[in-house]
Design a binder for this molecule. Structure first.
Ligand SMILES: Cc1ncc(COP(=O)(O)O)c(C=O)c1O
Length: 346
């Protein structure tokens, strides 16, 4: 099925820019080998309430919710979830209620500023956007909690639509299949083609969608997910599952699409939301060389992964490598103290 045939609600500012990262590229290229040529796809600029990757997924998920006659949506995530913030904004824009199930899934001292972590950054924006928030104890079953809440809302006469965790199912992944098409056209125009994309991977829908989109276009570019949860197998399994579902939705051979899934470990550190020294250095380097603001949970760890892959010589000198900046910048404020101190243990 053609991507343009799926129901979609316009929420994002598209196309997002594709820009060269010349100063960062010069910093990271080795004297003997040169390259690769580095570019950044600015999906931090998708526009909806400070943007990020989830807005592309929500264009398709919210269209499905509207088609189903939903009166409200339910989404789940951590206290500093970018996914629920963008969902709350999309709901506000479309006149739907937003119910958020939040877990304190990052240990209390990880951000070393518990008060800030619980009150500023994304959660401040969730409240501003008018979302109803329910907290779940750490380790609680978020999917079950969303189903329970849906039953309560239905009993009260509402028509809730439950957004899958991270917006990662075949429907959400269509947003990134569309991004693959957009990116390929931009890369052809800017640098004559595309060899690899590097991005953060957690619930897997962004990477899965990009792979499915490139496969649909018959393009061989690699899509390398840097897992940010400290659990490569869990993330890789999630990407494979969503990739297979997306392939099926697009009428592609699922096994061929799944075979393209590449997930790199070693940059997630001790776990989701937990800072690493490499993340801090990557966030500072991107800020100081390119004026780019990454985030401590996703894009900072993904950039640390890109830096590591280049150092290992995993790209050719002439490769055109695109870093997908998936957003998350509001969480920088919640992790204030990680960037303020001397970084001894950050
Ligand atoms: C800023 C940011 N980058 C990357 C991701 C990971 O994307 P995915 O869940 O599609 O793997 C997320 C997910 O929450 C995110 O908020």
């Amino acid at each position: 099925m053609n991507l343009d045939d799926f129901p979609r609600t316009a929420l994002a500012h598209l196309p997002t820019p594709l820009e060269p990262m010349e100063r960062l590229g010069a910093d990271l290229s080795s004297a003997e080998l040169g390259g690769p040529r580095l570019f950044v796809k600015r999906d931090d600029c998708t526009g909806l309430a400070l943007g990020g990757n989830k807005t592309r997924k929500l264009e398709f998920l919210m269209a499905e919710a509207l088609e189903a006659g939903a009166t409200c949506v339910i989404a789940a995530g951590g206290v500093q979830s970018n996914h629920v913030r963008q969902t709350a904004a999309a709901a506000a824009k479309l006149g739907l209620g937003a119910h958020l199930v939040l877990t304190r899934n990052v240990p209390p001292d990880a951000a070393r500023d518990r008060d800030g972590y619980d009150r500023t950054g994304n959660i401040l924006l969730d409240r501003l956007l008018g979302a109803e928030i329910r907290f779940l104890p750490a380790g609680g079953d978020r999917a079950a909690a969303m189903d329970e809440l849906a039953a309560e809302l239905r009993a009260a006469g509402g028509r809730p639509y439950v957004i899958p965790l991270g917006g990662s199912n075949a429907t959400g992944a269509l947003g990134y299949a569309l991004c693959a098409r957009e990116l390929l056209a931009q890369a052809e125009a800017l640098c004559g083609g595309l060899d690899a994309v590097v991005l953060a991977s957690s619930s897997g829908g962004s990477q899965a969608g990009l792979i499915a989109g490139l496969a649909a276009l018959g393009h061989p570019a690699r899509v390398i997910g840097v897992e940010v949860d400290g659990d490569r197998e869990k993330v890789a399994a999630a990407v494979r599952e969503v990739a297979a579902a997306a392939a099926q939705r697009l009428g592609l051979d699922a096994s061929e699409v799944v075979a393209r899934v590449e997930v790199v470990a070693g940059y997630g550190g001790p776990g989701y939301g937990l800072p690493t020294p490499e993340m801090r250095r990557a966030v500072e380097l991107a800020a100081r060389r390119e004026g780019l603001l990454l985030d401590p949970v996703y894009s900072g760890k993904a950039m640390a992964g890109l830096i590591g892959l280049i150092a290992e010589g995993r790209f050719g000198a002439d490769d055109r490598v695109v870093f997908l900046h998936s957003g998350g910048t509001p969480a920088l404020f919640a992790y204030r103290s990680v960037f303020e101190d001397d970084g001894a243990d950050a």
